[in-house]
Design a protein around this ligand. Sequence first.
Ligand code: F6R
Length: 614
Amino acid sequence: MCGIVGYVGYKPVVDILIDGLEQLEYRGYDSSGIAVKFDADLKVYKAEGKLQNLKDVLKQHSKEISAAKTGIGHIRWATHGAPTVLNAHPHTCSCGNLVIVHNGIIENFKELREKLTKQGCVFKTQTDTEIAAHLIASIYARVKDLTEAVRLAIKELDGAFALCVMHNDYKDTLVVTKRNAPLLVGIGEDEFFVASDVPAVIKHTKKAMYLNDNQIAALTPKSMQLIDENGNVLEPKIEVLPWEPVALSKMGYKHFMLKEINEQPDVIRNILFGKLHTPLEPIVLDEVKLDRKTLKDLNRIQIIACGTSLHAAMAGKYLIESFCDIAVDVEASSEYIYRKTVTDSKTLVIGVSQSGETADTITAVKQSKAKGSHILIITNRPDSAMAREADSLIPVNAGIEVSVAATKSYLAQLISFYLLAFYMAEIKGSTDKALLQSMKTELMLLPQKIEQILASADKIKECAKLYSNTRDFIYIARGINLATALEGALKLKEISYINATGYAAGELKHGPIAMLDETMPVLSILIKGCVYEKLLSNSEEAKARNARMIALTNSKDEKLNDLFDFIIRIPEIQEIFSPVVAIVPLQLLAYYIAEFLGKDVDQPRNLAKSVTVE
Ligand code: F6R
């Protein structure tokens, strides 16, 4: 949440900053701002709302800022203080000579604010960031060295931060640092690019350095000096970024979300490539370091994740318990970290995260690592902070996901769980070989089944049109598809703001059924298998309360026509694989409803793609 950018070099800085912020807009879009440095002057420009508003502000100043070659920028997801122009970054110290942009939360900001106020600092905003500006400036007044001032200041800060700082005394210098928040420095010829994430630098350079916690880098067009928190000079570790700029285009689709939904067959092929050659060969997971003995010694698995990743984890539990004979618990990371967990060296802890940046999941992973658990990370970002904590890694290779609502990364996480469950079952010998072979055959057929659904998107559009005028929406399912119901409901609520909820169908009669009447759509995920008849009865119960019944089904049963007002059919599929196929129509349903309602599909209100605060 929040994105920061910076540039020092020989090119006009404004376009570089704005382009960088555009690439980071998925991290927040409440307000934005830049600060640029001229020979003897620092200028700050800010705007409330979307980045376009900042662009409009800058148009009025294009002449005066065109010469600037050094600058910093910020896109905000508000934590402390409303998303106003005043609270937008960059923030300045009292005299205005120091400017700063910040991603993260400074937890001890109240104490520091009191202390600095007593020292005479005058605060203009409600943000935690402003204290960092005053703190660094007050130390700078004493030590007269910006890098040293930043180094000493971060010793006083608690919490998470990535900071990029400029000072009027320096012609062309940026000082950057970080703790528990991402930051990288892109390295060009006589120029450096600072950013919270790769998309903001990739079109300029593929060479980059990731800062470790508490390291500080001073950048000028011709030099980079890296030090640790004790002032020791370090050798920068330069990496080549495995990214291509083309991934960020909508490729003709109206929204990134629709493009990403349509990419899903290839996402599956991509993740299976190299891991599942033929059904007769064992699954290959190169970066998973679980041998037979470690697996035999495990007494439990805990899967921790948030949001959509948590739903993938729920399906993961079902799969691992079905094939591997081991107890699995699934928990939201935010709940896991503030209680006593029974976690030790016999626990395998699996962290699931698209971004690899989610603060709650990172904390949960670090806590269990400290207790001696083996850490397996399933992520779309093998270059992320979470991946760096991993003993074992499954990179899901879904490609960059721009739409705030996760779609293709969910599918890639699901597929990772199938691969992991089959992989562990093969090592442990816990499932019959012939059964595993038939499972692997079915896994390889999934991309074609999703293609069939994508080809019938018009039917789902029709359903969206019929039901888009509703205030509430209920999704019901049982067994492995409870995850599908929860994820389908989450998709709808986050992009259309309809109050959508997923329920275990058997729970309906224990309370939620009271809400049903002729205005309430109930979507039943009715997949042939061990809970089909039960779910049919639950759907009858809802119908008896006059609910507007919709089925998502692979059944051709004629009697469904009497029970349901609308039927979305999916291809023939075994129940165990149905979550992969059944979620796709629900993603499309959410997309088309949000489209009909004229919502901002790719950037829904109040959300951000990376949730880097607890
Ligand atoms: C919903 C969505 C969020 C994320 C959640 C966790 O569409 O994207 O619920 O799933 O914020 O994020 P990651 O997976 O990056 O840890």
